[in-house]
Design a protein around this ligand. Sequence first.
Ligand code: OGA
Ligand code: MN
Length: 280
Amino acid sequence: MKLHKLASPLGSEILDIDLSRPIDDATFRQIDDAFSERSVLVFRDQVMTPAQHVEFSRRFGGLEIHVLKQYLLADFPEILLISNVVENGKPVGIADAGQQWHTDLSYVEIPSRCSILYAKQIPEPGPDKTYGDTCFVSTAAAYDALDPEMQKYLGTLKARHSYLKRPHVRAKLSEEQKKQVPEVIHPVIRTHPVTGRKCIYVNESFTTEIVGLGKEESDALILQLCEHCQSEQFMYRHKWRVGDVLMWDNCSTQHLAVADYGPEQARLMNRTTVRGTAVF
Ligand code: OGA
Ligand code: MN
């Protein structure tokens, strides 16, 4: 397998795998190992059907079915559409799947292990610019860069996460729906279930409070940790091409969808979400 490490603390490109074909166990193990080590994998020039996308994703674990039923592929509810495309007055997918730094599903008890995104349509690039990039940071590298005293202190803390932190989301849900997304508490530093690396698990989108601190101190610490994680030195910025399949680890990374394109520039991604294991 041809693996190319990207020049950032996370991410590898895999150059010679065709995801539309069955993958033998030995090859899968290499992919899985590379994924644990690098947190982000990029496969270029893929042409796969929804069934093949689902089949490949299932190798990593059971798949989540998103609550927003109107954005699931009719025959493949495991596939969620992320898109700004509007057809007959109706959006075909979720337009804002993450335009603020986040990790997927940190607001549930058992967050997802990873998400696998397949680029079907991408905004036309300009002469020296691409649009609709996605940025990733390594929360493991960000943890390693903290001084030992800080690491020790953070290791004693827990934080509250809520889907309702973002005001535009809060505004759209009924009281009944709000009850269906109760807050959860996770450790501020979580351990990667495979590599054992420690990762900062506080994010701008969903972390509302560090448990036991006063509001001011809590807000300041959340901001400090988010700013630290978002530093260039821990970042990989993915410039999409049609046919890219990119997967990311939701323990050891955070990501951000760059919203720098207009409604006239169609962007369409198919996403699967792999279930995770208990946070510790
Ligand atoms: C997601 C997400 C980023 C993007 O699907 O979870 O954050 O660039 N997507 O579409
Ligand atoms: Mn996301």
